[in-house]
Design a protein around this ligand. Structure first.
Ligand code: AMP
Length: 426
């Protein structure tokens, strides 16, 4: 069969690499892909942007693609799944109305409160009905969020209520474009952050292996927020007890709520959670796709056929299968370009990529091929991912591979996995 993957990051390289291992798959296409997907056996790039829905449908029809998997959120939020289905094509990912769970924070907060799913207390404003006096009467800190997609930058934690008023006004005046026309202001929650990622199909939920990412750019969780500087799986923060509570208090009411609202969900569903000291799993956000970089270590550990998982998801038979996981730990270190997360340097030649082993895989993200050489083409360049018998071994293997890679200005954290090591000692 032929599989098409939409997107160009490390997540898409990992999905393409894993899909190509399925004995049922003859060819994987990635639109638009990167240098890593271009060089992968049985994988080829297609020069179509991941959000050019009309061109993607034309390509999928012409090539008789059997299954399309959507990596990033933007195509989902603009309705790529709806367009594929209307053309009689099978596409794994939520339809436009279900993808609002990521596309609109105001929609999600209303959904959560309507279905009594734990989340921070909140209020929603537009410029027209903004009530600065109400905001000043709240207890700080407050969290101000742009409603729409803002590439992970639309959340501002404010230490004072005055800061919250200014943050909301900056959003109304166009700081994040139309994404900031509506603003959610919510209570600041304390606790431990965790993510929970599942394959969902209607009422069926197949949780994937647990994972934890590292959002800050620098060691010790310092420096600016990023798309993610590394991840590992499994993550000890999600204990069996928390797992049970998340299923019962978040995932099950969410998928049932979506069905009751007439927008049943098929796809990856990623809940960003703040686990309160009493164990309550508060929802901070939903993502309607797999995480990047969490996908990379999770795919290293997946022993089951990835394409089977998607097919059961689309066919509504997810309850008939289970996913099988490698017992080892997988850990991925993101190697970023100079300047990231601001304006990254581009065009630097990357060396040291031709290392192959059963335990380590270099997933590409912002890379392209120029004059036969692999060069950097954006902020997060690579995710070097390795397996090991425990976190320390996986860490050692991943950093040994990173040490062989070079490009000018490369930066990476040296402490990916430190939470797990602390948890083990504690
Ligand atoms: P979000 O995109 O909504 O997940 O927010 C990005 C990050 O902001 C989260 O990963 C948290 O670290 C932080 N955050 C968001 N909402 C809250 C909240 N209500 N209380 C505390 N931290 C928050």
């Amino acid at each position: 069969m032929k599989v098409l993957i939409l997107g160009s990051g490390g997540r898409e390289h990992a999905l393409a690499w894993k899909a190509a291992q399925s004995p049922r798959v003859d060819q994987v296409y990635v639109a638009p892909g990167n240098a890593g997907t271009a060089l992968e056996p049985r994988v080829a790039n297609v020069a179509i942007a991941a959000d050019d829905t009309a061109a993607l449908v034309t390509f999928a029809r012409h090539e008789r693609i059997d299954l399309t998997i959507v990596g990033p959120e933007t195509p989902l939020v603009i309705g790529v799944t709806d367009a594929f289905e209307a053309a009689g094509l099978r596409c794994f990912g939520p339809r436009r109305l279900a993808a609002r769970l990521e596309g609109s924070k105001a929609f999600t907060k209303d959904f959560l409160s309507r279905h009594r799913i734990p989340t921070a207390a909140y209020a929603t404003f537009t410029q027209a009905n903004f009530d600065a006096a109400w905001v000043r009467a709240q207890r700080a800190p407050l969290v101000v969020k742009a409603d729409g997609l803002a590439a992970g930058k639309g959340v501002i934690i404010c230490e004072t209520t005055d800061e919250a008023v200014s943050a909301a006004q900056a959003m109304f005046s166009g700081q994040f474009g139309a994404a900031g026309n509506t603003v959610v202001i919510e209570e600041f929650l304390r606790g431990e952050e965790a993510s929970f990622i599942a394959v969902v199909s209607g009422e069926h939920i197949l949780p994937l292996a647990t994972s934890q990412d590292h959002k800050r750019r620098d060691d010790g969780d310092r420096g600016p927020n990023t798309g993610g500087m590394g991840a590992y799986s499994p993550a000890p923060v999600v204990t069996d007890e928390i797992h049970r509570r998340v299923m019962r208090e978040v995932m099950q009411p969410t998928v049932r709520g979506l069905i009751a609202d007439g927008t049943p969900y098929v796809g990856f569903l990623y809940a960003g959670l703040m686990i309160a000291p009493d164990g309550t799993p508060n929802v901070l956000e939903f993502n309607c796709r797999f995480g990047d970089p969490e996908t990379q270590p999770i795919m290293m550990r997946l022993k089951s056929d990835l394409v089977d998982l998607f097919e059961h998801g689309i066919n509504g038979t997810l309850d008939r299968i289970d996913a099988e996981w490698d017992r080892r730990v997988a850990l991925g270190v993101v190697v970023a370009a100079a300047g990231y997360p601001g304006d990254p340097r581009r065009g630097d030649v990357i060396s040291g990529l031709d290392q192959a082993s059963d335990e380590c895989k270099v997933f590409h993200a912002a890379t392209s091929i120029a004059d036969g050489k692999v060069v950097t083409s954006g902020g997060r360049v690579l995710c070097v991912t390795a397996l090991g018998d425990n976190v320390r071994h996986a860490q050692r293997n991943a950093y040994a591979a990173v040490a062989l890679i070079h490009f000018d200005g490369m930066q990476y954290r040296t402490d990916i996995g430190h939470h797990a090591l602390v948890a083990r000692r504690g």
